[in-house]
Structure formats: C-alpha cells, structure tokens
Design a protein around this ligand. Structure first.
Ligand code: PMV
Length: 317
C-alpha cells in the first residue's frame, strides 16, 4: 500500500448515449455508447493513508453526506486488501458537480485510478473497467482518450483520436444539482417507458453507424447521429412514469435559438445529458462566431473544451 496517491480524470461527453442497465449487478448496458474524452473539466482525487482508524471523504472542501460516503466506502472495498479502510479521500471537480456535466464519470474514474495505484493492484484495463463501472457506468469511458466505445459486454475500446480542430462548448444554463440521479432515472425508464425497446434497437444501430462515421471523421453524419441518440434518450425520460425531464424551459429556449445557427450547412451539433446544460460540438474555424452567437443569446458562462488525455496518476508517494 502507498502513503498518498493523486489521480486526475477528465470528463467524457457521450455522442451515442448510455441509458439503462441490462444487468444491474455487473453494470452492463443495453447498448454500446460512444463518447469523447475532454481535457479542461476534470476531477482530481487524492487517496491518503491515515494512522487513525478512520474513513473520510471531502468533496470540493466539504465532508460528504452519509449516503454518498457509504457509496464511496463500498467502492473502495473493491480495491482494498481487507475492510479496514484507514484512508482519507479528498476530491475536487474543476467544473459544476452533478449538473449533467459528467462529474460522476470523472469522479469515479479518478478514484478508481488512484485506488488501483494506492493499493498496488496493477489491474489491467479490462479489470479496471469491470470495477470502475460499479461506481458509474459512464466513468469507464474516461479511462481512455479520444472517441471511446463502452461496449454492451461491459468493456471499453478506443475507436480513434479526435480530429485536432474539434472543439466542445459546454454552456452552463444552470449549475444546480439535479433532482434525480441518472442511476435512479434510468432504472425508472427501463421499468416503465413504453419507448425503451425502440430506444435500445435504434441506439445500437446508431453506435454501429457512428463507429463508421468516426474514421474518417464525418462531421455532418456524426452530428446527425449524436442528435438522434440524444433525442431517443430524452424521449425515454419523457415517456417514463413518473416523467423525467432534465430539459428546463431555459434549456429548451436556448436549444431552439442555437439550432438557427445551422442554416444551409451544419456548423455545430448539440447534445444534452442528465441535467440542463448544453454541449455544442463545433470546429475551431467556427468557434469565434458560435461564441459570439451564444453571447448575443445572453449566456456568458461556458467552458471551451478540447479532446484530452485519459485518467492517470499525477502524484505518488
Ligand atoms: O454513469 P451515469 O450513471 O453517470 O450515467 C450517465 C448517463 C448519461 O450521461 C446521461 C449519458 C451518457 O452516456 O453519458
């Protein structure tokens, strides 16, 4: 066991969505999903030995509540050699937490990589994926860089690097913590949405078609498929009982306005996850004009993100 390990993991944004587990024990998804790992929003997590018999977790400077602390404790047990966890975990997100900006993906990915080193497990990527997805399914995609596929069989695969001129703008519509977790929301969708079967069939086709459209990178086709997968996922939410709606009226107004930007030729495509914030994919040559347009719509809070590196240890004692 090490004394102190720090890992950093970037967020990833899904172009082809993960929504629903076909196996809730082993965390296996109904369909493949595909994401892009991004650089500027990330989680940094330090796992440190404490001589007192104590387990504590601080997130963004605050102690975690009992329920979240228990979830982290159970996750740590998947790496520890016994159940005496004399460790302190200190974790920090560079962006908003639990607001649909993939903070749980970067969070569990950073924690898994830190614990793998701290307990000197040396798990390979398949073993690490199998454990990491127990914290958060989407977290496994941050273990690799570029366009990453989380396959239906639970394992991950890098499809290709992103083109150098691709850029993502995460527009903060609202940074409030979401009212229902994606884990609970997807369970309701699987159990109650009459649309869920259609989602599964078409989303798997989208994953296959998108894999083709990524090499060589076809901006137009990847954009169409991303928007289709996003619409399918949100349609499952809207047809769930109770209805789940992460798209606020403000997000809806922004979406309608930004879509006007693509008049004769597609210059951007859009996606949304389990929160009100909006992610816009565009190319560097169009970045300035898209940003000015966002400013004219009255939005001043956004993050400009570029394709980034995978989760890794950054400090180790
Ligand atoms: O792994 P979770 O529970 O954070 O799932 C999040 C799923 C979405 O972000 C809504 C979609 C996706 O594929 O990332």
């Amino acid at each position: 066991m090490k004394q102190r390990v720090t890992a950093r993991a970037p967020i990833n944004i899904a172009l082809c969505k993960y929504w629903g587990k076909r196996d809730t024990k082993n965390i296996l998804p109904f369909t493949d999903s595909i994401s892009l790992t991004l650089q500027e929003l990330y989680t940094e997590t330090t796992v440190e030995y404490t001589p007192k018999s104590d387990f504590s977790v601080t997130m963004n400077g605050k102690e975690l509540n009992k329920k979240d602390r228990q979830k982290i404790y159970n996750f740590c047990l998947l790496f520890a050699h016994d159940d005496t966890l004399n460790i302190h975990i200190n974790t920090h997100n560079s962006g908003p937490t639990s607001a649909g900006l993939a903070s749980s993906a970067s969070g569990f990915s950073a924690l898994a990589v830190a614990l793998n080193e701290f307990y000197e497990r040396q798990y390979d990527i398949d073993e690490l994926t199998t454990i990491t997805r127990k914290g958060s399914g989407s977290a496994v995609r941050s273990l690799l860089s570029g366009f990453v596929k989380w396959q239906r069989n639970g394992l991950i695969q890098k499809i290709t690097d992103a083109p150098h001129d691709l850029v993502v703008i995460a527009v903060i519509i609202n940074d409030q913590v979401k009212s229902i977790s994606s884990r609970d929301a997807m369970k309701i969708g699987v159990e109650t949405s009459p649309f869920f079967r259609t989602f599964v069939e078409r989303n798997q086709e989208i994953a296959n078609e998108m894999t083709q459209a990524l090499t060589p990178f076809d901006f137009e086709r990847v954009g169409e498929l991303t928007e289709q997968s996003t619409a399918l996922m949100h349609n499952v939410m809207k047809t769930s009982d109770p209805v789940i709606d992460y798209v606020s009226a403000e997000s809806q107004a922004f979406l309608s306005a930004i879509k006007q930007f693509n008049n004769s030729k597609r210059k951007l495509f859009i996606t949304m996850d389990a929160g009100p914030n909006i992610k816009i994919f565009t190319r560097k040559k169009d970045l300035d004009s898209v940003i000015s347009y966002i400013n004219t719509l009255g939005y001043k809070e956004y993050h400009i993100l570029s394709p980034g590196d995978y989760a890794r240890v950054i400090d180790d004692e």
